[in-house]
Design a binder for this molecule. Structure first.
Ligand code: FAD
Ligand code: 2HG
Ligand code: ZN
Length: 489
């Protein structure tokens, strides 16, 4: 979908069109290699197109600063000239927030990628925003620590990007949200001023906690250039178990028992429906299926702790109990590192697999746990009713509508896999999904943010008063609205 597919959106004429003297200015700031210019239509495709290949912008310029001061000079200039800018990390965001809508300049953080310091005693890591999450975690592994967030896009997404989206990921259950673990940020404001809270302490109640504003702000009020984060010791022992159960009710019961029996060693509790695994099977051809029989729902449980024998004994007792009672119908436990990774793949590869058939409509919602799966059922009914999905008919646009997610955090991912992007499917699902979530007092954006996809739907989860205050903040920090325009505010 390009901006032309959205006739309701027009390029804001208040933004300046890029000119040769602007490019010369930027070359002076970041050098020739820090500037990528479009000479042919495909040149900047990687920066203009999102991970889902759903949203496409038409930027003619990508800037890749290497220092915070360069970012500050760029923003100060753009603010004066009214040049619109999209901050971009690893471009793995799933709501079209990281790519331009029209000709906004892409400000890529990829070259701002150094670890600044690490304190072996406190576990505080300070790094540039553009450090790739997996690189940060590998660095920490060498020091016996772990990044308190893990997600499928770790090989590409940036530390700054996950903070900008307040990503949740696979271990939020254990380590909590970035609102708790991030201790400080370095942020360049649209006028070029630098807010530096990198030296923040673990406890500091002097006035407003300003960094929180930028966690999850999706590049709309400042560009994060540095992150200070508290990292926990790396667990010495990991176990992963993959279970089959009869119903979504059973998933909830297993969750309660897992919390009771595994308590402090429980580090992830993910659920997947059978359709999500069927889609993943098409994609993961060479990876052995965890279980030989098929079940309506699957659960992946990860434990991590400091003593393998202790964790093994706890997991074994938990499995014995839940299998003997008939709650868990079948299950495996990874016996080595390879099996452990393979089991995780059946969960982590769902996003990619659901996209592989042509395209995907993604909904990332929080709902009360008891209602979590009802959205998937309702969406399936809706798509069938509208004649858009029929498993026997490959001419229908929808391949499958699957549900999975971080059940431990009350966060469902509904993925509607399609053969190609289609306005009919979009219209069937939106605002239907948002209305459904709102009727259950859920959140239409549990972890991916609003970006472009949900720009018109914020009202389903936030009150007028909340939206007014957000707009006030935006106007205050970014009076010319140069940062990430056409997105949620
Ligand atoms: P981008 O995609 O480049 O940008 C995302 C947003 O942040 C944009 O609005 C952009 O403007 C802004 N931004 C980026 N960097 C900065 C910066 N330095 N300063 C200011 N603004 C900035 N999310 C989850 O929460 N949990 C998951 O489990 C999860 N799994 C995923 C698995 C896969 C396979 C994929 C593709 C995505 C997944 N995501 C998940 C989505 C998630 O939002 C991103 O992976 C990650 O948070 C975005 O990081 P990024 O560096 O790629 O940011
Ligand atoms: C995950 O949990 C991510 O795997 C992505 O948040 C979810 O693709 C999705 O819908
Ligand atoms: Zn997720």
């Amino acid at each position: 979908l390009t901006a032309e597919s959205y006739p309701s959106i027009l390029r804001n004429p208040n933004y300046k069109q890029l000119a040769a003297d602007d490019v010369s200015f930027f070359k002076n700031v970041v050098g020739e290699t820090g500037v990528l210019e479009a000479s042919g239509s495909e040149d900047l495709a990687l920066f203009n197109e999102d991970w889902m290949r759903k949203y496409k912008g038409q930027s003619k310029l990508v800037l890749r600063p290497k220092t915070t001061q360069q970012v500050a000079k760029i923003l100060r200039y753009c603010n004066e000239k009214k040049l619109a800018v999209v901050p971009q990390g690893g471009n793995t965001g799933l709501v079209g927030g990281s790519v331009p809508v029209f000709d906004e300049i892409v400000l890529s953080l990829t070259q701002l990628n150094k670890v600044r310091s690490f304190d072996e005693v406190s576990g505080i890591l300070k790094c540039d925003a553009g450090v790739i999450l997996e690189n940060a975690d590998n660095f920490l592994a060498d020091h016996g620590y772990i990044f308190p967030l893990d997600l499928g896009a770790k090989g590409s997404c940036h530390v700054g990007g996950v903070v900008a989206t307040n990503a949740g990921g696979l271990r939020l259950l254990r380590y909590g949200s970035l609102h708790g673990t991030v201790l400080g940020l370095e942020v360049v404001l649209p006028n070029g001023e630098v807010l530096n809270t990198m030296n923040a302490l673990r406890k500091d109640n002097t006035g407003y906690d300003l960094k929180q504003l930028f966690i999850g702000s999706e590049g709309t009020i400042g560009v994060i250039t540095g992150v200070s984060i508290l990292t926990p010791p790396r667990p010495k022992a990991f176990n992963v178990s993959f279970l089959g159960v009869e119903s979504y009710e059973a998933v909830q019961e297993v969750f309660v028992q897992a919390k009771q029996e595994l308590s402090e060693i429980l580090s992830a509790f993910e659920f997947m429906d059978s359709k999500s695994q069927e889609l993943t099977k098409l994609h993961l051809k060479d990876v052995a299926e965890p279980l030989t029989e098929k079940y309506p729902f699957y659960i992946l449980i990860e434990t991590s702790g400091s003593n393998k024998e202790h964790d093994d004994a706890k997991l074994e007792a938990f499995l014995e109990k839940t299998m003997e009672s008939g709650l868990v119908l079948d299950g495996v436990v990874a016996q080595d590192e390879t099996e452990l990774r393979n089991l995780w793949q059946w969960r982590e590869m769902i996003p990619e697999s659901s996209q592989a058939g042509g395209g995907v409509y993604k909904y990332d919602v929080s709902l009360p746990l008891k209602d979590l799966y009802s959205l998937v059922e309702a969406a399936n009914d809706k798509l069938s009713e509208k004649g858009l999905m029929d498993p026997e008919d490959a001419t229908k646009p929808v391949i499958s509508a699957v549900g999975y997610g971080h059940v431990g955090d009350g966060n469902l991912h509904l993925n509607v896999a399609v053969r190609e992007y289609s306005k009919d499917v979009e219209k069937a699902l939106e605002p239907f999904v948002y209305e459904f979530v709102s009727s259950k007092n859920g959140s239409i954006s549990a972890e991916h943010g609003l970006g472009f996809q949900k720009k018109n739907y914020i009202g389903y989860s936030k009150s007028d008063q909340e939206i007014k205050m957000m707009k006030n903040l935006k106007d205050n920090y970014d009076p010319h609205h140069i940062l990430n325009p056409y997105k949620f505010l």
